[in-house]
Design a protein around this ligand. Sequence first.
Ligand code: ATP
Ligand code: LTN
Length: 333
Amino acid sequence: MKRILSGIQPTGSLNIGTYLGSVKNFVKLQDDMPDYEFFIFIADLHAITVPKDRQKLRGLIKELAALYVACGLDPNRVNLFIQSEVPAHAQMAYLLQCNSYIGELERMTQFKDKAQKQQTNGVTVGLFTYPTLMAADILLYDAEFVPVGHDQKQHLELTRDIAERVNNKYNDIFTVPKPLIAKKGARIKSLKNPNKKMSKSDDNIKSRINLLDDENVIKARIRSAVTDSIGIVQYDEENQPGLANLMTIYSVITNKSFDEIEMLYKDKGYKEFKEDLGEIVYQELKPIQERYNELINSKELNDILDQGQEKAFKVSMKKLRKLKHRIGLGRNR
Ligand code: ATP
Ligand code: LTN
């Protein structure tokens, strides 16, 4: 069976950047690609590459699991699991580290950015080897497609290089994966600085809208989003980057093209556009929040995660055993 796989780190409450760039896309794909089996997981091992509070981490793992389902992932279509509950991921990452080079990991821009931020705490080896864990996540399942936002493209390219290298050395063991990047929404920007991506870890909470924010917060954040003094609702990424970002959010949620949005606001200003967008985002998030509240402390959620773990365990162990055997590890049994 052909497979699609992706993951999100439980490093902070989910925001509309991750939702529009990633989760909404998963939900669409599960319906559009019926021939594929889906594995979607909570990348908790990735979250501890920088220091994390124990209680907070636990809470975020569960919150992300409930949000995945609340956003529309169908547990009958998708194997939903927690990465650290499937031991093959960490084991496979080690085997891949023995087939990766320091030079190629040093080139990863996300590593360079995150390492810079960690200078006072010290940069962990885990932060450095992170892309090999991500490669393990993907290659264990022979995923053909990996839906991600634009910022993960470089990690996907490295995964492909590692896969090809291991295939050459150990006789075609992995499917070489391809990234699946949404045409629109793959790069939602900070509401306070349209040159930066909207990020869970941005110190300025006004830069984002979280999926669990209440109506007043959602609307206030849109109202106070940075725009420009041009004052015409038109899509011009270069000269009106803040507005272009808001138009992207509008377009991905409503499925309206930029042309249609421009027509709608032809004789109107940013104020009306922002008022409408606040309502549109709120209406999109309201049903997600309602479903989230039903799920968060339910047995249903635990059952979904148990079922996902069982399936992921089986598939991943098989691949791990195969590679260990080809490398010559352990006994020949
Ligand atoms: P942070 O936002 O703290 O930097 P991250 O980049 O590690 O965290 P994740 O939540 O792990 O983000 O990302 C999950 C998925 O969402 C990835 O596929 C990522 O590319 C995508 N994504 C994250 N932020 C955005 C964004 N602003 N726009 C579009 N896609 C995004
Ligand atoms: N590194 C990704 C999260 C992630 C992932 C994966 C995505 C971990 N493992 C495997 C796709 C496939 C991130 O930071 N967004």
